[in-house]
Design a protein around this ligand. Structure first.
Ligand SMILES: NC(=O)c1ccc[n+]([C@@H]2O[C@H](COP(=O)([O-])OP(=O)(O)OC[C@H]3O[C@@H](n4cnc5c(N)ncnc54)[C@H](OP(=O)(O)O)[C@@H]3O)[C@@H](O)[C@H]2O)c1
Length: 305
């Protein structure tokens, strides 16, 4: 009896398709990976139709599309265009995880809540929402972390170097979430340090290789309860004193998670999403769908603020 192969079409917006995404695909049960670098709006429809019209409806679940590339905004547009190219039941499952932006954000938020659960601080009190600070909150990962935190009812503060940039992102996220409590912060140094103790969750989603919180900030932060998650794996540490492999490591009153510890969860999630694509022909995995998948997959307790 012949078995039908699971084929993943890797649509990448960069001139060379991501080797990272390719390796993860092959580790996720993909039999054949077809890479399409330099995917643009103009050449997309034909590629999608090629995926749609080559297998019978009952076999379409064995074909899926992964949208990647280093320019996350362009990849997001490509993802939306792929979805718009389908009609009726003739479709294949699609994942959007350009530069790991969605799986990383979900893994970061899962780590943060897992830490709060471990500390015993997951108290549901609508009058006192969990307060979260997102350093580098205007970047693609920071914005997605903020979106997930708002979805869980947190009070979110986005940190940025620019008042205008942070304000614009906060305004946009406020529109996308019901009853969103979001504000922005541009303080630095001693002024910023005074603010830190009020945050239950602190995420660093600042640029790779940039330290957003130094030793003085950590000395203040670790005197109050909560969780700190650093996503920067490129030295120096994004938050002073957090090592990339730290996983729920106690530091003063806080638990800390480093970039590679979060990366382990991200990898598990990335593989699970690819697996899930081949279970049906109509799955759509963007940020919130990946977050929904993670609550069933990861062993942490699902949290609400
Ligand atoms: N572990 C993983 O699997 C994984 C996967 C993907 C990403 N990451 C990490 O997640 C983090 C966020 O990724 P991203 O792509 O969202 O980052 P990004 O867009 O490069 O930067 C995020 C924000 O950092 C601020 N920033 C940029 N350059 C800076 C500088 N020189 N000094 C101070 N601030 C600066 C900017 O905010 P303002 O201009 O508003 O200040 C920017 O919006 C990175 O550290 C990345 O390496 C980890």
């Amino acid at each position: 009896m012949s078995t039908i192969k699971n084929i993943l079409l890797q649509f990448d917006t960069d001139p060379a398709a991501s080797s990272f995404d390719a390796v993860v695909a092959m580790d996720s049960g993909v039999d054949t990976l077809l890479q399409y670098p330099g995917v643009r709006s103009e050449n997309l429809t034909g590629l999608v139709h090629g995926a749609m019209f080559t297998r019978s409806l009952s076999k379409l679940r064995h074909t899926a599309i992964f949208v990647g590339g280093s320019n996350i905004e362009v990849a997001e547009q490509i993802y939306q265009q792929v979805l718009a190219s389908f009609f009726g039941p003739i479709r294949v499952s699609v994942v959007m995880d350009a530069n790991g932006c969605n799986t990383t954000s979900v893994a970061a938020v899962e780590s943060g809540f897992s830490g709060l659960w471990t500390l015993g601080d997951m108290v549901h009190d609508e009058t006192k929402p969990i307060r979260a600070l997102v350093m580098g909150g205007t970047g693609p990962v920071g914005q997605r972390i903020a979106t997930l935190l708002l979805d869980r009812g947190c009070h979110v503060v986005l940190h940025s170097r620019s008042v205008e940039k942070a304000g614009a992102v906060a305004d946009r996220l406020r529109l996308g979430s019901q009853n969103a409590q979001i504000e922005s912060l541009t303080k630095t140094g001693a002024e910023l340090n005074l603010e830190l103790p009020r945050f239950d969750l602190v995420f660093n989603a600042g640029a790779a290789g940039v330290q957003t919180l130094d030793e003085q900030a950590m000395a203040v932060l670790t005197q109050s309860r909560g969780v700190i998650v650093d996503l920067n794996a490129v030295p120096p540490a994004g938050i002073a004193g957090i090592a990339a492999h730290d996983h729920a490591k106690p530091m003063g009153q806080r638990l800390v998670y480093g970039a590679l510890a979060v990366g382990g969860i991200k990898m598990k999630l990335h593989r699970a999403v690819i697996h899930a694509c081949f279970r049906a022909n109509d799955r759509e995995f963007n940020l919130r769908e990946i977050a929904a998948l993670s609550t069933n997959l990861l062993t942490t307790e699902p949290g609400a603020c």
